[in-house]
Write a protein of this length. Sequence first.
Length: 129
Amino acid sequence: MPLSFPIFTDSPEVLQKSLSGSTKPQYVIFFASLKPETNESWCGDCRSAEGPLTEKLQIAAKENRAKLIYGGSQAEWRDLSPGKKSLWRDEPWGIDRLPTVVKITGEKWEKLIEEDCYNEKKLSAFVEE
């Protein structure tokens, strides 16, 4: 089941500008792209995180405070060669593992990474508003 959050396709700089000024937490979900033949993520941790993320971030999604960014196919994500490396791997984002959820509250950035994205206790504490 693919995630049902708005998909963000602009540059990292555009995203960073769009998140400034909010008093409520904003969530950016970095996720492995879907395989066309199955419509499922190629990443096992991403598949495991779909349900918990959908459940825990539903209020943020309704308030347009959650965005989804697909990191590409397995080959694209793992290609670190110059000119091919994902722009999201660079600072300030520094995304090097999927899934990663970035929570931005004012100037404060926090991350939940890989299996923590579907760990009930960690995810609940992370999303608590």
